[in-house]
Design a binder for this molecule. Sequence first.
Ligand SMILES: *[C@@H]1O[C@H](CO)[C@@H](O)[C@H](O)[C@H]1NC(C)=O
Ligand SMILES: *[C@@H]1O[C@H](CO)[C@@H](O)[C@H](O)[C@H]1NC(C)=O
Length: 424
Amino acid sequence: MSKLFYHPTIKLLKILILLLLFLGGDFGSDNNNNYCYVEAFKVPFRVKDVLPVLPHQISWPVLNNLHSAVDLLPYFVGSVSPDNGTLQWKGACFYDSEARLDFALADSDHDPALGGGLLRLKTSAAHSWTCMDLYVFATPYRVTWDYYFSAREHTLKFDSWEEAAEMEYVKQHGVSVFLMPSGMLGTLLSLIDVLPLFSNTVWGQNANLAFLTKHMGATFEKRPQPWRTTINPDDVHSGDFLAVSKIRGRWGGFETLEKWVTGAFAGHTAVCLKDELGNLWVGESGHENEKGEEIIVVIPWEEWWELSLKDSSNPQIALLPLHPDVHAKFNSTAAWEYARSMSGKPYGYHNMIFSWIDTIADNYPPPLDAHLVISVMSMWTRVQPAYAANMWNEALNKRLGTEVLLLFLTCSRPSSSICGINSK
Ligand SMILES: *[C@@H]1O[C@H](CO)[C@@H](O)[C@H](O)[C@H]1NC(C)=O
Ligand SMILES: *[C@@H]1O[C@H](CO)[C@@H](O)[C@H](O)[C@H]1NC(C)=O
């Protein structure tokens, strides 16, 4: 009835990738004129760094094996706050990296009361002369990114804090610094790998198939025509399973990543139900109602089939009948009872989060970590208030047993006890 095959990581991956795609960011401006100063020469270069200048026959096969969508996940190196001195870490390119943050006056065209900030980042001990480090700097109010090619002190200016709350936030929690572990090239290549997945074109569809082939070892065989089969509802029984795989457009892209992370070859599932009169129904989560909310529905087979045929995400549908032994044990009465009790209920964001987050910081499979998750989530709250509200509010309401509590998250460091949740 709902998505049986999902793994929470993918939801976060989706959100993160969406954030990267839609938020964009300010490119730093202090990188343009320093490509001649190179400090460390210990290792001449890494093959990754010089790939773009190698002949295609050599570089493409290598490229195709280096990057993957996981390279899009930033790695949390720490947070810098004005009162907390210098943060030091080992970068992917610059082994000695450090940063500190000072409050500064706001730019003249901004509210002087808000003030701004100046992040000073020092890079040294590059492991090769061609590498660079790519960073994402985040508060719940913004995401900025910058890349460093030379070993020296760089500055990143926050012209003005968005609002007093951001200044207060930075004072208490600092600016979170994330390293893109695969560097500029790896990150761009991963984006090149992932972006086309979302395109609602034949090209996008081929990109999805290619991604599944490459990353999951899937094989695709073109079926002979007709591609639209005719299903006689009389042949379908309660409990028969519908495995759906969308391969085109926005949902196609999401489902591709979902399959990749979960290892499942379906991105969505639904269940068939027969009523006492012999009519066939489909129970499914994720239908939009008149108010634009995604809910659980039980709809007539004919309607479901019609919608699927019209679906621009080009769903591949497998109807999987229950094995006769299992069918014999399937309790249709109980299934209907459950389906009726769930009909009209929200999609299930509450399950999505709290079915797996039950510790403060230990639930995240690498390379996810609590800082990344919470930063993405709190940024997401600002970028997509409606979606985020779904997730957090449904989730927290479920956990707290409340109905209408609306929450506003102000936490970026869940591993510390400072983390707070404000009721609004
Ligand atoms: C400040 O630094 C200390 C020690 O390095 C660390 O434990 C603490 O979490 C930092 N606080 C902030 C707000 O970054
Ligand atoms: C089927 O489910 C119904 C409702 O939950 C229950 O009353 C009934 O005993 C079940 N039948 C069997 C054979 O388990």
